[in-house]
Unconditional design. Structure first.
Length: 645
């Protein structure tokens, strides 16, 4: 399908500024969030609601999304400052939807007709997002105090979940709707069905949501977002928030106030009244529990290499109970599935499991049984302690196999993080786990670190790895802070040697004795404990002229009082380890080495801090610096640096 040619960048920029101006009244309190999703990743900014700031933010017509509410610190639900609109996101061009092949004008007409039939005010405008439409009711002068009512409005417009027949799904234990709520459901149900068939995004109802900006290009189809209805911007009208809430919600504000007054009066008239208990539906079988039990029973059997004699009947019974609670079936089907796993005849197992089948059928018929004076469901339900006792599961075995329910002493409760992870896994079974994401980030960081050592820039690494520059930087920091490090390097450390050398200069020591760095101090009286190097070979050629390295200037000495009488230095005034015995060049060298040691200590402190953050426990660990002892001028020495620079 061919699309109309895109307008010029200046016309697109005019559309963007018009859209922002209609959505957020100029000068209103709060900041507007503008965002884009490009090759460099997601980028957004909060822009002041002023003409100059908006002109600067949209100067290149690159913004793609705009927030529907205004914020003060960041685009977050807790930072809402003002409410700009209520909205619905309909992706009717999605695959498999009934109206995917319909024209945009037809879809707009259907939506407007359904809204009118539900007795709701018409939207301020309808946006063609390039892959669907956005219904927007814009408001004026609405502060954050109206956020709870705005949430109820969004929930009412979205409606409840519908079943396959288009009816409201009945939830167990929920009270019966009264006449007012039933009439409201009957009035709104055709609209909810239409929205479902048009691909309503039920998750796009949060205050921090951003929608596509007019004049931006949707990369899914290459279409430009624009105003699909009305035809002229002058026909756009601001919606009445109170009127929309009264029309879309089950009860109007006046009815809510009257109901509160009525309930308060009833409570004051009957202070001893007890609220009636809510009716509860029949007890549901704990399918999630038995699904886990069934999986752990198979884990136990595989780890033991089979089930021992004396436990096979119990294992088969517990597995059949789990199947009856999760999958249903009959005794014959359970026997055919379980008997070969434990080495028992199918016919014998089917006869033994007939009681489990009868209990399941009785529970499905609504029957109950009397157990110690308590009415209980008719299905078989063994406690976890009974299963552990009959199968002889020990603490060590449960820990080694990672069992969660079949544990001696009771099941280990899940932590909040484990419950969230399990819920996320059930919702999206094919999504990568957190461990896989961390390993992938670590691999990217190590590869990027190697590329950086080879001389590549962050942008080049991002292009090579197929991710954004921000992801590369974070991955490198992650790899550097990892306890295993970035790369494995074997370093042969050579200790510092203190030796006597002939008076031929440090260049000869470096060339003949194969050292990378050396410091030579002249000493008229060598120490007796010094090591003496072998004499230089006669064939040693004179070294090249030394290259003077740039060293930091030594700190200036404090000024002395000139009025005091000068004192001549005494050889006995300084101890053998005092720095006053060195020449200015040697003191500068010592000072520079101390500076390098302090910088290395600070670097180690930062690495330790990043590593503690990565482990999830922020500990401000102090790495004390190692002071450099003053050099002893009574010995000659050279330093061998194994780092090679």
């Amino acid at each position: 399908m061919t699309h109309a040619p895109l307008p010029s960048p200046s016309n697109r920029l005019a559309l963007q500024r018009l859209h922002v101006g209609l959505l957020h009244a100029p000068g209103a309190r709060g900041r507007i969030a503008l965002a884009r999703d490009g090759a460099g990743g997601w980028d957004e900014a909060l822009v002041a609601n002023s003409g100059r700031a908006l002109r600067e933010a949209t100067a290149d017509a690159g913004s793609q999304f705009v927030s529907q509410l205004r914020f003060n610190l960041r685009r977050h639900t807790g930072c809402v400052e003002a409410i700009g609109s209520a909205f619905l996101d309909l992706d009717f061009r999605g695959a498999g939807l009934p109206f995917a092949d319909h024209d945009l004008a037809e879809v707009v007409a259907l939506v407007l007709y359904a809204i009118a039939e539900a007795s709701l005010p018409v939207p301020s405008w309808i946006t063609d997002s390039g892959n669907g439409i956005h219904l927007v009711w814009t408001f004026s002068g609405l502060g954050r105090v109206a956020l709870p009512r705005w949430r109820r409005l969004m929930q009412s417009l979205r409606g409840p979940c519908l079943d396959a027949l288009g009816n409201v799904a009945v939830r167990c234990g929920r009270r019966e709707p009264d006449a007012r709520e039933a009439a409201w459901t009957t009035r709104m149900l055709p609209l909810w069905r239409m929205l479902r068939d048009l691909g309503l995004d039920r998750g796009a109802t949060d205050p921090a949501r951003v929608l596509r900006l007019w004049g931006s290009i949707n990369p899914k189809g290459g279409r430009m977002a624009r105003c699909a209805w009305p035809d002229a911007p002058t026909d756009i009208a601001v919606a009445d928030f109170d009127g929309l809430c009264d029309a879309a919600c089950p009860m109007t504000r006046a009815e809510l106030r009257a109901l509160r007054v009525e309930r308060k009066a009833a409570a004051e008239a009957n202070p001893d009244a007890v609220r009636a208990a809510r009716p509860r539906g029949p007890r549901r079988s704990p399918a999630a529990k038995w699904a886990t039990v069934f999986a752990e029973l198979h884990t136990l059997r595989e780890a033991r290499g089979g089930i021992a004699r004396g436990m096979r009947d119990w294992w088969t019974l517990f597995a059949a109970v789990a199947l009856s609670q999760t999958e249903g079936g009959d005794a014959q089907a359970w026997a055919e599935q379980l008997a070969p796993l434990v080495g028992l005849p199918v016919r014998e197992v089917a006869a033994a499991l007939s009681g489990v089948e009868r209990g399941m059928r009785a529970h499905q018929a609504g029957e109950t049984v009397d157990h110690d004076g308590v009415r209980r469901p008719a299905f078989y339900d063994y406690s976890l302690g009974t299963i552990v006792e009959r199968l002889g599961i020990t603490d060590e075995e449960a820990a080694d196999l990672g069992l969660r329910l079949l544990v001696p002493g009771g099941a280990r409760p899940l932590t909040a993080a484990e419950r969230q992870r399990e819920c996320r896994r059930r919702r999206s079974p094919n999504s990568p786990t957190r461990t896989a994401q961390v390993e992938a980030r670590l691999a990217i960081g190590r590869r990027a670190w190697t590329m950086r050592v080879a001389g590549m820039t962050i942008a080049e690494c991002a292009t090579e790895l197929g991710c954004s520059a921000a992801q590369v930087s974070k991955a490198i920091d992650h790899a550097e802070a990892h306890p295993d490090g970035v790369v494995t390097v074997e370093v042969a450390c050579t200790p510092i040697l203190i030796v006597d050398v002939p008076a031929t200069g440090s260049e000869t020591v470096e060339n003949v004795y194969d050292v990378s760095h050396s410091i030579v101090v002249s000493d008229p009286q060598p120490a007796s404990k010094s090591l003496r190097l072998p004499p230089l070979p006669a064939s040693a050629s004179p070294p090249a002229p030394p290259v003077r390295a740039s060293r930091p200037r030594a700190p200036a000495a404090p000024r002395q009082d000139r009025s005091a009488a000068p004192s001549s230095p005494s050889p006995q005034a300084s101890s053998p380890g005092s720095i006053d015995r060195y020449t200015p060049a040697q003191r500068a060298l010592i000072w520079s080495m101390q500076v390098e040691m302090a910088q290395e200590t600070e670097r180690l402190r930062r690495v330790a801090k990043r590593a503690s953050r990565f482990a999830g426990q922020v500990r401000h660990r102090h790495v004390p610096g190692t002071p450099l002892a003053p050099l002893d001028p009574s010995v000659n020495f050279y330093l061998h640096d194994s780092r090679g620079y």
